[in-house]
Every structure is written in C-alpha cells, then in structure tokens.
Design a protein around this ligand. Structure first.
Ligand code: SIN
Ligand code: CO
Length: 391
C-alpha cells in the first residue's frame, strides 16, 4: 500500500503523517473514521459471548458491592437479570477471534505491522457506564460502534501516578482533564500509551478497542535471556585469563573496572546475536493470547496434499498468530510462539500463509507439488495455526 495516501480512517492524513505526528505521541480524534459504521454485533450477542467458557470477559459496576466493583466472566443469564439499569460496563476481550466480521475490521489497520496488533475488545455500557479514569500501557484505537460515548482525556501518566486502592482495577486517584468529546458511531479516538482517559456512556453504547501489544523492557530482558540460556553450557563462564594481580596497595575486596569490562563483553557477545534475538522476538510476539485455542490435528503431508487436491480449504485459526522475517541463513516463519528456518525460495508461500484468508489448490498452485511446502503446511495444521475450513 502507498503510505503517503490520505486515509479516511485517519481523518484525511496519510499513514506516514499519522506515524510521524501521532503514533505513540498524541491523541487523534477522527470524526467518521468509518462512515456509516454499524456494529456487526448486537449488545445481546456480546452478552452471549460472555457466557462462554473460552471467552475472557469482565463487568465493571460503578456502584456495585464496592465502588468500581469488577466481576470476571464467564457470566450467566442471571448475572444480566440482576444488573442495575445504569452505570455498568461489560468488556469482552479478543472478539476478533470469535466473530469474523470483527476480525475484518483489522483490515483497516494494514499500515501497521500485524504482529503489533493484540486484539479487538468490545465493551457494552448501560447509560452512565464506564470503567473509571485510567491509563493503559498500550496504543489503542477506540471506535464507537453503537450509541454515544463521552471520552475525556487527561494527563500523561506513569508508574508513579497515584491510584485508588483497588484489588483489580487501576483507577487514577487524580484525573486532570484536558479535552472532552462525544463520539458517535463511526467516530474513532486514537490514544497513545499512558494518556489518562475516561469514557462514559451517554446512552446504550458499544465501543470497539483495537489494542496493540508491546513487550515491556523487563519482559524483553527476562524472556530473551531465558531463551538464550537454553543455548549456553554450564562450562561457559565469566573468565579472566590473563588478568592482573591484585597489587600491593590495592584492596583485594574491590571489584575492579576490568571485571566489569569482561562482564560487559560476555553480555554483548550473546545479546548481539541477531538471529537468536529475532527468533526469540518473533516467537514472543506470535504467542497466542489463548494457547488452549490453538490445538492441532495429526496429519501427514501426503494426506494434506490429497485433501487439498480434493478441494479442501485451509484457513488461519483465528486464535493463531503468524509472522515471518529473514536472517542470514534463510527465512524464519513464526507461528503461534514457534519458529522454523526455511530456504529463501519459500518466501511466496510464507507470505501467502501469513496473509491468505484461505489456502486451496488454486492459490497454493505449485507449492502442493513441493515437498518442503507441503511439509510446512502439514506442520502448521499439526500445530493448530492452520485448520480445515469446514471443521
Ligand atoms: C471501554 O471500552 O469501556 C474501555 C476502554 C478503555 O478505556 O480502554
Ligand atoms: Co483504557
């Protein structure tokens, strides 16, 4: 896509301009980002999802048993009968994994790397409902799906921003409002990480939150070093061959600068291994939110070839995550937290697997006759990242 073209979704600025001026920097309100947008889900259908065991949901009541009471799903029909008329919100996570029309919304965000996208959360709020003033550590596009919501935004927050004492919710003790808008269906508000925000339903209202994932620095360091450690033997240690003796007049207890330099070298030697860093990162960013929904089936490449030749269609498991990259020795395909190194000539197949909604004998073409190609597809079916469409 041409990233310099003005986009309606971004209020007439291009993806380039948005990324330069707003992304991770400042909020952007877009009136009619998706003109005429109608929520593909009714409030009842969202509530229906929250009754399901495999769906992650919460209800926040402003005046519940405690102020800002939070309940975790799955809920029952009784739950909804007992809710007050006003001032509560139902939030359902990762609806894109369960409702294809919601996953289709992500088509509008093709100017951002797919592996940065986390999920589409949908909230339904009764009039007055909201989850309190708070901040998130992630970028979010808040798309109004139904009814109207008043969004107030405030100060930039950080880990030191005072919070109300609450076991489950991070509600800001102080909210310093700077701006306020009422969003109608099709309007969208982009918020960078850490901007205080507070959404209040003006009437029955549904909001779609397209959320992003970004590992914390602590996660990068702990997870990458854990990953690296698998490849290191116990024999490889801090070593100081050729070091200078503790001289008379120097304190034997002092850790000298040269020790620190040796340690830095040891770290640098491993931390700068780009292939391992990329392998870890791709695996980490494609870890499914719900691994239990990515389960495969036994199949060998011969059976798979036969099935596809007979008209079977493979689709991406909506709970799976896929990405790819290149390294010195070839290509890396990341699928739901795993990775495989593949020869460079397989790039067209990797792109097809990552982007195609459906894989069949027509678009797979010659790959069905290619043993490496078939083996890869069979592996992805076994792993659960791809599945047969009619199942
Ligand atoms: C909501 O949709 O009610 C909450 C979304 C958010 O503030 O992050
Ligand atoms: Co938020």
């Amino acid at each position: 896509m041409n990233s310099a073209i003005p986009l309606e979704l971004l209020g007439g600025i291009s993806a380039d301009e948005f990324l330069r001026d707003y992304w991770q920097k400042k909020p952007l309100l877009v009136r009619q980002a998706l003109p005429g947008f109608e929520s593909p889900l009714e409030p009842d259908e969202l509530a229906g999802l929250s009754l399901e065991e495999s769906v992650e949901s919460r209800i926040v009541l402003e005046h519940g048993k405690t102020p800002w009471e939070m309940r975790r799903g799955p809920f029952t029909e009784e739950t909804y009968k007992e809710l007050p008329e006003n001032d509560w919100t139902l939030l359902v996570q990762a609806v894109d994994q369960f409702v294809p029309e919601v996953a289709e919304l992500l088509e509008h965000f093709k100017f951002l790397p797919s592996w940065r996208i986390d999920d589409v959360m949908i909230s339904y709020a009764a009039p007055g409902g909201g989850v309190g003033p708070h901040f998130d550590n992630y970028d979010v596009f808040l798309l109004q799906g139904h009814g109207r919501r008043r969004w107030k935004i405030g100060q930039m927050c950080d880990a030191d921003s005072p919070m109300l004492p609450h076991a489950d919710l991070r509600i800001l003790a102080n909210f310093e409002q700077s701006e306020e808008w009422v969003l109608e269906p099709g309007d969208m508000l982009y918020l960078p990480p850490r901007v205080a925000h507070y959404g209040i339903a003006e009437d029955d209202c549904m909001t779609y939150s397209v959320g992003f994932r970004a590992p914390s620095a602590a996660e990068v360091l702990t997870h990458f070093t854990d990953f690296l450690a698998q490849f290191l033997s116990d024999e490889e240690r801090y070593s100081d061959a050729g070091m200078a003796a503790v001289k008379s007049g120097e304190d034997q207890h002092k850790i000298q600068r040269d020790a620190l330099d040796r340690l830095k070298n040891l770290l640098q030697e491993h931390m700068s291994d780009e292939r391992l860093l990329l392998t870890w990162f791709g695996q980490f960013m494609t870890e499914p939110r719900y691994p239990e929904l990515v389960t495969g089936e036994e199949i060998d490449d011969g059976e798979l070839q036969q099935a596809l030749r007979e008209g079977a269609v493979l689709v991406r498991n909506p709970s799976a995550r896929l990405a790819w990259s290149e390294v010195d020795v070839g290509l890396l395909l990341f699928s739901s937290g795993q990775s495989v190194v593949l020869p460079k000539h397989m790039e067209p197949l990797l792109k097809l697997v990552c982007s195609a909604d459906a894989l069949h004998s027509e678009n797979l073409g010659q790959w069905l006759a290619d043993e490496d190609g078939r083996k890869l597809l069979a592996e992805l079916v076994k792993q659960g990242s791809l599945e047969f469409a009619d199942e």
